[in-house]
Design a protein. Structure first.
Length: 255
C-alpha cells in the first residue's frame, strides 16, 4: 500500500512538470496500462490530475485548492512566536506582528518590553492599525498589487495625527516606493508623536507579503535612528518567519 501511494505521489509530481500520456503514466507507476488508467481515473475524480483534450494528463485544480486551504489555515502567530520573543530579547523593545486580514491590518501578536515604554504603547492584539501612519502598514501595502492597494486606500482620508503624518496619496506612494527599494519601513511618530517604529515584510510560500514584524519604542527610550541600528536583527527575524510558512528566498517574490 505504501509503495502504491508513493507511486501515485510521484505521478502527480511528474504531471505537474509536463503532460503525461497513459504509457508514460504506466512507466512512472511501474504497472500495466489498465492499472495505470484506473489510478488516473481515481486521481481525476479527486481533481488531482486532469485529462486534456489531447488525451494527456496534467496537474489538477484539486491540489491547488488544497494548497490554498492549507495556506489559509496556517496560524502565522504560532509559526512566528519563538522568533518574535527572541527578537524582543535581542533588542529589549516591544515587538509586533501584524497581518493583512480582509481590508484591515491587524495586530495578531505582541511581545511587550519589560521596560517602562511597554505600558505607554497604545497597541494591542486584535486592534486594527493605521494603513498609512504605521510602519507595519507601509511594509505590507508597499508590496501589494496596485489594484489591491487602491481598494484598501479608497476610503482613507489621510488625516493628520502629528507633524510627521503623511497626508496625501502621492507622498504616501513615494514612501512606499522607498520601502520597496530598501526592504523595510519606518513610523517616525506619524500616528503617536512619541512612538518610533521600524518594520519588515513577511512573505508566504508564494512570495506574497501577508504580514509585517516590527520593533517599537518610545522616543525618550530610543530614537528612530537608534532603532534603525537593529534593522539586521529585524530583517533576519522577518526572513525566518517567512521561511516558517514556506517562503524560499531563491523564489522570485510576488509584488
Amino acid at each position: 500500500m505504501a509503495q502504491s501511494i508513493q507511486r501515485a505521489i510521484n505521478l502527480i509530481r511528474v504531471a505537474a512538470e509536463h503532460p503525461l500520456t497513459l504509457t508514460e503514466a504506466a512507466d512512472v507507476l511501474g504497472v500495466h496500462k489498465s492499472t495505470a488508467l484506473r489510478i488516473l481515473q481515481a486521481l481525476e475524480a479527486a481533481r488531482f490530475v486532469r485529462k486534456t483534450g489531447a488525451g494527456a494528463y496534467v496537474f489538477g485544480s484539486g491540489l491547488i485548492e488544497l494548497s490554498e486551504l492549507a495556506l489559509g489555515s496556517m496560524d502565522l502567530r504560532q509559526f512566528a512566536s519563538a522568533h518574535l520573543r527572541r527578537l524582543q530579547g535581542q533588542t529589549g523593545h516591544t515587538v509586533h506582528l501584524a497581518q493583512l486580514t480582509g481590508n484591515e491590518i491587524i495586530y495578531i501578536d505582541k511581545v511587550d518590553s519589560p521596560a517602562f515604554d511597554a505600558v505607554k504603547l497604545p497597541s494591542r492584539i486584535g486592534r486594527a492599525v493605521s494603513l498609512y501612519a504605521s510602519a507595519v502598514g507601509k511594509a505590507i501595502l508597499a508590496y501589494l498589487p496596485r489594484e489591491d492597494r487602491d481598494r484598501l486606500l479608497a476610503h482613507v482620508a489621510f488625516d493628520r495625527y502629528t507633524d510627521t503624518t503623511i497626508t496625501d496619496r502621492e507622498s504616501f506612494e513615494a514612501e512606499l516606493a522607498q520601502v520597496r527599494e530598501q526592504g523595510w519601513s519606518v513610523d517616525n511618530g506619524e500616528h503617536d508623536a512619541y512612538v518610533m517604529c521600524v518594520a519588515a515584510p513577511v512573505r508566504d510560500s508564494r512570495g506574497k507579503v501577508v504580514a509585517a514584524v516590527s520593533i517599537t519604542a518610545i522616543e525618550v527610550i530610543e530614537t528612530l535612528d537608534q532603532l534603525k541600528e537593529k534593522l539586521p536583527l529585524l530583517l533576519e527575524t522577518a526572513t525566518l518567519i517567512s521561511q516558517e510558512v514556506g517562503y524560499t528566498p531563491e523564489a522570485p517574490p510576488a509584488s
